[in-house]
Design a protein around this ligand. Structure first.
Ligand SMILES: [Zn+2]
Length: 86
């Protein structure tokens, strides 16, 4: 996941073609994960690297602030259980 600068024509990692897609973005706040749905991204066809436009990245930062201030409603859909390999 990268925040891009100018409009992307090719993937900066592998030179692959870029497609536009809406994907979920997992925002971590402390030990919690907030899944933001339908985030517009640019995704490389070859290596699947995801790029965010600067304005999208800014909106995610704003959402993070709003979540911290309890200004955005989020619904809990599951829990994370941690374990380790034996
Ligand atoms: Zn790529």
């Amino acid at each position: 996941m990268k925040t891009r600068g100018n409009e992307l024509k090719k993937c900066v990692l592998c030179g692959g073609k870029i497609r536009k897609e809406k994907r979920s973005y997992d925002l971590r706040i402390g030990d919690d994960v907030y899944r933001i749905k339908e985030v517009p991204m640019e995704v490389c066809n070859k290596c699947e690297e995801e790029y965010l436009a600067p304005e999208t990245s800014r909106k995610i930062d704003e959402a993070k602030e709003k979540i911290r201030e309890n200004k955005i409603k989020a619904i809990q859909t599951g829990s994370i259980y941690e374990t380790a390999l034996a």
